[in-house]
Design a protein around this ligand. Structure first.
Ligand code: ZN
Length: 510
């Protein structure tokens, strides 16, 4: 057997373990009765330990030494070389993280998450603060173990978004704010209620599900390799490209919740289903640091796809011009007095609000930026945990012009920090920015793309995205994908131009 075949087999075993862990997680979040939680925790802990031991073993080092000698001199951009190089890079990083640190984090995270959910329920930040302090301390230790040159945040964001760091994010954020803050001011000054409130009516859930699934398939989701379930916190999860599942949640009145939840997760799923079959069970579909089997190259690249399909396609005027009549077949009474234009405006209302997950396209990134800026300040020690609610509220007022009435609707709203997930937030905003760069390039490179989208034909766009992004799995990082397919690194111009054009039209701004 060649050293490369040996390497592939070794990684394939790890991939199988990680996929089994993911299936148990999917089950826990969609099907498992509550009584199963404790023993499921044991199963996950055992399998995670086995997977971790498999990866950081001396055997992996021997296999890597052999395969590196065998592929020396090959094309550095080939999948083979990329697979070996990335495995070596992550092997060295994971080996630097003390086993006790990983264990402490794994033990503390569920307790901290539980305390957080109680604190959120009771509007009691003080009870959560000691746990947040501990999670923050563990994150700092992890950053020190992984190593960084500029800012401790660099070591943490690396897990989610290897091609950015604190310094580059600060520049990106300043560029974004320079466009977003004035646009938001103009919109707020022109805002008035819509003539009809479509979301005061009732939309039976089975029909919502049927319409959502129809749209998901129309944009390219393959149900032979996928399924849709209900989850309180919607997500997409893949166990190889052959089994890519999505979830959504339903509200009887607010139809956009389930529909756009479904379209968002379908965007993630299209990415995973579009990964080249030759990368199945390989290093290029494995997140070694996070211990996930995943085809997308980073959080930002993944979000660029969920947001492209949800917002740029799903919340466009073209989309509702094409699909409104079909939606009205499902809801003839509810939408009897509506038209495509009213629907378009009803799913694009901009309002500065308190809650990130309910935010519109214009305000969303402001919610993200304030979180990332707070994380950086906490990590560098310029902000203390006890001063967090005050700092949060001040930034909400500065960016969005609203102040949370309590911490439940403020600093306690997101689960991320309670589990130690520092460094994951930038992916949302990077995804938004990337989505416009990709779409702009697709329009330049695919003849007649405008017309096909206007007709509700999504195959030409999907094909471009598959060829330029999805098929490569994790072979190239987010910035490499951008440069290869759009000839430009991450930059905000196309995204700001998209928002400016869309909302200037919607609100009649000049
Ligand atoms: Zn997402």
């Amino acid at each position: 057997m060649t050293a490369y075949a040996d390497f592939q087999n070794h990684i394939a075993e790890l991939s199988d373990l990680l996929n089994a862990i993911s299936i148990l997680k999917w089950d826990a979040r969609t099907q498992m009765p509550p009584g199963g939680a404790a023993t499921r925790g044991n199963q996950l802990a055992t399998l995670s330990r086995v997977a971790q031991a498999h990866f950081i073993s001396d055997k992996t080092a021997r296999i890597l030494d052999a395969v590196e000698a065998e592929i020396a001199g090959e094309d550095p951009d080939s999948y083979r070389v990329r697979a070996v190089k990335q495995t070596r890079q992550y092997y060295d990083i994971v080996r630097r993280i003390p086993v006790e640190l990983t264990a402490r984090k794994a033990t503390l995270a569920p307790v901290s998450e539980h305390v957080w959910s109680e604190a959120k329920k009771n509007n009691d930040f003080a009870s959560f603060a000691p746990y947040l302090r501990q999670m923050l301390e563990l994150a700092k230790q992890q950053a020190d173990a992984v190593g960084y040159e500029g800012h401790p945040f660099d070591a943490l964001v690396f897990e989610f978004e290897p091609s950015v760091n604190a310094a580059s994010l600060k520049v990106l954020f300043e560029d974004l704010k320079a466009g977003l803050l004035p646009l938001l001011k103009r919109i707020v000054a022109h805002d008035k209620p819509l003539e009809k409130d479509l979301w005061a009516r009732e939309y039976p859930l089975d029909k919502q599900k049927a319409f959502g699934l129809e749209i998901a398939q129309k944009i390219g989701y393959d149900l032979e390799r996928g399924r849709l379930d209900i989850a309180p916190h919607p997500f997409e999860i893949s166990f190889t490209r052959n089994d890519v599942r999505i979830t959504t949640r339903y509200n009887l009145n607010y139809l956009p919740m389930a529909l756009y939840g479904t379209m968002h997760e379908t965007g993630h799923a299209l990415y995973e289903q579009g990964v080249s079959a030759e990368l199945t069970r390989s290093a290029l579909t494995t997140d070694f640091l996070g211990q996930y089997p995943v085809g997308g190259t980073s959080y930002g690249a993944h979000e660029s796809q969920s947001r492209l399909w949800e917002n740029q396609i799903g919340r466009s005027r073209d989309f509702w011009n094409v699909h409104f009549d079909r939606l009205r077949e499902f809801f003839p009474e509810q939408l009897a007095d509506a038209d495509p234009d009213l629907l378009y405006r009803s799913v694009n209302r901009v309002r500065p609000s308190l809650i990130r997950v309910e935010a519109d396209e214009v305000t969303y990134n402001l919610h993200i930026m304030l979180r990332v800026e707070i994380e950086m300040a906490l990590l560098e020690g310029s902000l203390q945990v006890e001063d967090l609610p005050e700092a949060w509220n001040a930034k909400m007022q500065e960016y969005l012009g609203v102040t949370p009435p309590n911490d439940s609707k403020g600093v306690l709203q997101d689960v991320h920090w309670s589990g130690g997930g520092f460094g994951s937030f930038p992916g949302y905003t990077i995804g938004n920015v990337m989505s416009s760069q990709f779409l702009e390039a697709a329009h330049q490179q695919v003849a007649g793309l405008d017309d096909s989208l206007r007709r509700g034909e999504y195959a030409p766009l999907l094909t471009w995205l598959q060829q330029n992004i999805y098929q490569h799995g994790r072979a190239y990082d987010a910035n490499e994908l951008l440069v290869r397919s759009t000839s430009s690194p991450l930059h905000v111009k196309p995204y700001l131009a998209y928002l400016e054009a869309k909302f200037t039209g919607l609100y009649g701004l000049s």
